[in-house]
Design a protein. Structure first.
Lengths: 268, 272
């Protein structure tokens, strides 16, 4: 639901262009307001928007991008990939076998309730502050929503589908791969999307707590050394990366789940 | 062809006893896993950074008894509730306005699209800058994080109100403001309750996170301090407690959700 497009409104005003113009107008107005307040007050904490923009281009169209943003993205994608593979595999198994689900449910409920950042200190003790620690922490954070949603998806496969497969003599392993897994896909994708946003948060946190590079480190360090425009530029870059990751994910989801959307549209 | 039993039998609808019986193996397995870790840690098979579960429980009991941990839990819950409450007031107000009035939605949409993808924790340095390291900084970050899911589901709920219900109200001469209060809001409550549950669990994660990164009290701060002091059983006790808190928050807000929306079609189990 988080990113699903909102239902169409019954009462429209104006044309589409007018409505977009209003939105852009308000956004621009806020930027002008920021610029004016910053210039009038001259506070160090609130640099003018134009300064932030200049810093943004100076910082991120230079070697800084390679030194700070690339390590963050690499760790995040590595951790997210590990969490996806583990979470989907285990989740589908747990969901498909009711006994396994009952056996593991209490442990899983407890582990997933732990805020993932709380295990960063454990990660630092066990693995140090290198890339491996961050990847493990990101994996831990993104793993739970993926696992839980995959298990829910696999548990709620319509029983007619499984019965049909059984009647046609489909083997257990085959059933898991060609009936349960595809049926669980909508659930799996819901989990993968939550996992992605958690992975994104975890990379920033883990770099703030124990790191010598990366975007989380960069913005906290900028704040501590009073490089304020740099701090804002870092936050803006994070916003843009977050937006792109989400948009990319939605594009993949749309492609992979095209069959499902088509089917549910027909059903309604 | 062999005739295997038909589709897995659904859980019998009879009361709590059946549920408890079904849950028993899970709890036994939990206990067994803890016992294995205990044994492995005591026998020195694991790295010394792993603490036997009994030592963690002992450290937790000590910390709770002498007020070491309990005070920190209080601070965590305080920041959590303040942030969530503030987020709820803001998100529901703005969400209802955006959902009910198209011009407001169009005006704020682009700003919202720009701000929403900023990961909440990236706001920590900004908040430190303006609010220092105290509780108000943490409350601000928690509010920011908890605001978005609730805002989106409130807008969604207000927009999804059955147009027939609104038209009926209009036909009976109910003025628009009263229709908002008596038709739209009750109908949107389902989505608001769901949004509140999601926001609450995010708020707790962000509370512990800000305490870890830049706190001067709270369970997150306690965990970081115990790690630096190498008091591992206490550190693990703090982590386990965050898990307990997370679990309780989820149970509480799920119950609230069920209570608030007992009449909605999805909660009653009848398809819409």
């Amino acid at each position: 639901m988080r990113d699903a497009s909102l239902p169409a409104k019954r009462l429209y005003w104006g044309t589409r262009a007018q409505r977009n113009a209003l939105g852009i107008g308000v956004a621009l107005l806020l930027l002008v307001l920021w610029e004016t307040v910053a210039r009038v007050k001259g506070s160090v904490y609130l640099p003018p928007v134009t300064t932030v923009a200049k810093t943004f281009f100076q910082e991120w169209f230079s070697a800084q991008f390679r030194d700070q943003a690339i390590p963050s993205l690499y760790r995040m994608l590595a951790g997210y990939a590990a969490a996806s593979v583990l979470g989907v595999t285990l989740g589908v198994l747990i969901g498909a076998y009711r006994r396994l689900f009952r056996l593991l449910d209490p442990i899983l409920q407890f582990l997933r309730a732990i805020p993932p950042s709380a295990i960063i200190p454990v990660g630092i003790l066990l693995i140090g502050i290198g890339d491996a620690m961050k990847i493990v922490v990101i994996t831990f954070g993104a793993f739970w929503p993926i696992l839980i949603n995959a298990a829910d998806g696999a548990r709620n496969v319509p029983s007619e589908r499984l019965d049909t497969a059984r009647i046609f003599g489909v083997g257990a392993a085959d059933q898991l791969l060609s009936v349960t897994l595809p049926s669980a896909m909508p659930g799996i994708f819901a989990g993968l999307r939550t996992g992605l946003s958690i992975a994104f948060i975890m990379i920033v946190v883990s770099e703030m707590i124990g790191s010598t590079n990366g975007l989380g480190y960069y913005i906290l360090q900028s704040q501590r050394t009073f490089a304020i425009p740099e701090m804002y530029a870092g936050i803006v870059l994070l916003a843009i990366l977050g937006y792109c990751l989400n948009a990319g994910f939605l594009a993949v989801e749309h492609r992979v789940l095209a069959w499902h959307h088509g089917q549910s549209a027909r059903a309604v | 062809m062999d005739v295997s039993p038909p589709a897995p039998i659904r859980r019998p609808a009879t009361a709590a006893a059946a549920n408890a019986a079904a849950a028993l193996p899970g709890f036994l397995f939990f206990a067994a896993a803890a016992a294995v870790v205990e044994l492995a840690a005591r026998l020195g098979w694991l790295s010394s950074y792993f603490t036997p579960p009994t030592a963690i429980v002992a450290a937790m009991a000590r910390g709770l008894a002498d007020g070491d941990i309990s005070g920190q839990i209080g601070m965590t819950l305080l920041a959590f509730s303040e942030g969530l409450l503030l987020a709820a007031v803001l998100a529901i107000t703005i969400g209802v306005l955006m959902g009910a009035i198209p011009a407001v939605y169009d005006a704020l949409r682009i700003v919202m699209e720009f701000l929403r993808p900023v990961p909440s924790v990236a706001m920590i340095p900004l908040a430190i800058l303006f609010l220092g390291l105290g509780t108000s900084m943490r409350v601000a970050v928690i509010t920011y994080a908890a605001f978005w899911p609730l805002l989106v589901s409130t807008i969604y709920g207000v927009r999804a109100v059955d147009p027939v219900a609104l038209d009926t109200a209009r036909n009976f001469g109910v003025p628009p403001f009263e229709a908002l209060w008596r038709v739209t809001l009750p109908a949107a409550l389902v989505n608001v309750a769901t949004g509140l549950r999601v926001s609450a669990s995010i708020a707790l994660v962000v509370t512990v996170t800000t305490e870890l990164v830049a706190g001067n009290n709270g369970v997150g701060f306690y965990i970081a301090q115990m790690e630096q002091a190498s008091r591992l059983p206490s550190m693990y006790a703090g982590i386990v407690l965050t898990g307990v808190l997370g679990y309780l928050v989820n149970v509480l807000f799920s119950a609230l959700e069920r209570k608030v929306v007992f009449w909605s079609p999805s909660a009653r189990g009848t398809a819409q």
